[in-house]
Design a protein around this ligand. Structure first.
Ligand SMILES: [Zn+2]
Length: 274
């Protein structure tokens, strides 16, 4: 969606209590340190980044994506919509916008080194996390068989006093989490998928991007330029707006909330599913 649809990835500015509670939680610390070694160092992981719109992931997790790719992991983007409502230009048709935005997303993925991009073709601004969407995402997960899923935080309804989260972002997060657990894992859920040969699959780790209560931070200092370059591929959404100052500010604030990080970080709510 348009750039102004994206808010900061953390709590509202000045919410010191929230920052403190995130910083002193021992379990969170452990998870944070763990996440610095993740995805699993035992070998290349398959990572599925499942988001609502083209450009969503570039705003809130492209630094981590670039880092994971550089570390040898295999990343697939799965976008529920192609962002066909993301223009105020009366001369632009939804069909033309789909072509523009899918091309922009592929360009951004090329910058990041993302190996694969899928567009599921849902209508922009119309996402509803129903059973049909859950089944479609179970199909995706059982096909890709990712070790790690990155998605949007469905609990983010608003941030501060100037940002109402887009309903598609919440819907995409809700449907993805419901697909990860328990539907993709359970043999008897959606038996028609099993009949197609799509065996159950257990996702090992989940990262919620742009989360309400982040408990891990990924150091993206070395990947900030790559993130900015990927974001700038979304020319139809940037217009005259230069995202760089805002992006650097958010990433600097995220880094400050977690110890032992470089200048820039992206934060996540992290789950290790047993
Ligand atoms: Zn969006």
């Amino acid at each position: 969606m348009a750039a102004q649809d994206h808010g900061p990835s953390g709590e509202p500015e000045g919410d010191e209590d929230a920052r403190l509670s995130a910083a002193v939680d021992a379990e969170s610390f452990e998870a944070a340190e763990d996440a610095q070694r993740h995805p699993d160092p035992s070998g290349p992981n398959r990572i599925a980044v499942i988001f609502a719109h083209p450009d969503d992931a570039e705003f809130i997790c492209a630094g981590a994506v670039a880092r994971w790719v550089a570390e040898g992991h295999h990343v697939t983007y799965v976008l529920l919509t192609s962002g066909d409502k993301g223009s105020e230009d009366p001369a632009v048709t939804p069909e033309a916008l789909v072509a523009t935005r899918t091309a922009e997303q592929r360009d951004a993925c090329a910058v990041l080194g993302v190996q694969e991009v899928q567009f599921l073709g849902y209508a922009d601004a119309m996402l509803v996390p129903d059973l049909a969407m859950r089944k479609e995402l179970v199909r995706v997960i059982r096909t890709l068989r990712p070790d790690v899923v990155v998605c949007q935080d469905p609990t983010v309804r608003f941030v501060g006093q100037n940002y109402l989260n887009h309903p598609d972002h919440r819907a995409a997060g809700e449907a993805t989490l419901d697909a990860v657990y328990p539907a993709a894992r359970d043999r008897m859920t959606f038996p028609e998928l099993l009949a197609e040969g799509l065996e159950p699959h257990k996702v090992r780790e989940v990262y919620l991007a742009g989360a309400n209560a982040p408990d891990v931070a990924i150091d993206i200092t070395a990947y900030m330029e790559t993130k900015l370059a990927a974001l700038r591929c979304h020319k139809s959404q940037m217009g005259e707006w230069d995202p760089e100052p805002e992006i650097r500010k958010w990433a600097r604030e995220d880094a400050e909330r977690f110890p032992d990080h470089g200048e820039y970080a992206e934060t996540f709510k992290y789950f290790k599913l047993d």
